[in-house]
Design a protein around this ligand. Structure first.
Ligand code: 6PG
Length: 221
C-alpha cells in the first residue's frame, strides 16, 4: 500500500483503532506515546480529531530523567502537541515522573500500571507507538544496556552511557504484551537498519520487539 502522507495515515490509524477498541471493550483505549522528533507532527494532527478522548489512557514508552517542563521531556513534547489540546482526563495520563530518582520513578509508574491492570499479570496496551534511533534503539532500550535483559519488570531505569545519562524505559515484557506496536521511522539510515532487522540476526534492540500475540508494523516515512 502506497502511503503518501504518514502523518495522516497514523492519525487515521489511531482514530480507527481507538474507536474499535472502545466499541469492542467499552474502553479504555490504552495508547503509549513515543518521544523524539518524528511523532510530533502526528500528535499535532491527532489533536485536531474529534475522538472519544475520555476513553483514552495515555502512557509513555520512555522518559528522560528531567522534570515534566524540561525541553528534553517526552511528556512536555506530547503535552504541547496533543495532551493540552484534547479532553483526556488527567487521571488517565500515566506520566513517568522523570523528576524523581530513576529507580523510584520506574517503580512508581509500574505500580500505577499494575493497579490499572486490575490483578492481571500483564498491562496490555491497545497500541504502542515507537521510534527508532540510528543505532537501532527503541524507547530507551539502547544497545548493550542493562534494561535489554529485563524479563520481569515492566518499566526500568536504564543507564545509557551513549547518552551520558539514565533513562526510564518500557521493557520488552511490557511492549511485547501490546495488541499492536507501530514503529514510526524516517530517513535513509533507519530504512537500512529496518532492512537488516527484517533479515534477522542483528543486535539492534528494535529487533527484539516481537509482540507475543499482537501485531507489529513499521511505518517508514
Ligand atoms: C526518545 C525516544 C526514542 C526515539 C528515537 C527516535 O526518548 O528519544 O523514545 O526512542 O523514538 O530516538 O527519535 P527521532 O524520532 O527524534 O529520530
Amino acid at each position: 500500500m502506497e502511503i503518501t502522507n504518514t502523518t495522516d495515515f497514523v492519525k487515521d490509524a489511531v482514530a480507527r483503532i481507538a474507536a474499535a477498541s472502545i466499541e469492542a471493550r467499552g474502553g479504555p483505549f490504552r495508547l503509549s506515546l513515543c518521544g523524539g522528533s518524528t511523532p510530533k507532527a502526528i500528535y499535532e494532527a491527532l489533536a485536531e480529531e474529534q475522538l472519544a478522548w475520555d476513553g483514552f489512557v495515555i502512557t509513555f514508552g520512555d522518559e528522560r530523567c528531567v522534570p515534566p517542563d524540561h525541553a528534553d521531556s517526552n511528556f512536555r513534547m506530547a503535552k504541547e502537541a496533543l495532551l493540552s489540546r484534547v479532553p483526556i482526563p488527567e487521571a488517565n495520563i500515566v506520566r513517568i515522573k522523570g523528576e524523581l530518582e530513576p529507580d523510584l520513578a520506574a517503580k512508581e509508574c509500574e505500580a500505577v500500571l499494575r493497579e490499572r491492570a486490575g490483578g492481571e499479570d500483564e498491562f496490555i496496551h491497545d497500541l504502542i507507538l515507537l521510534g527508532m534511533g540510528e543505532d537501532g534503539h527503541t524507547a530507551s532500550l539502547f544497545p548493550e544496556t542493562k534494561a535489554l535483559q529485563e524479563k520481569d519488570q515492566w518499566i526500568a531505569a536504564n543507564e545509557v552511557p551513549q547518552q551520558n545519562s539514565t533513562r526510564i524505559t518500557f521493557t520488552y515484557p511490557l511492549i511485547n504484551a501490546s495488541r499492536r506496536v507501530l514503529f514510526l521511522i524516517s530517513g535513509e539510515k533507519k530504512r537500512a537498519i529496518l532492512d537488516e532487522i527484517k533479515a534477522g540476526g542483528t543486535q539492534y534492540p528494535a529487533e527484539k520487539i516481537k509482540p507475543t500475540e499482537g501485531s507489529l508494523n513499521w511505518l517508514v516515512g
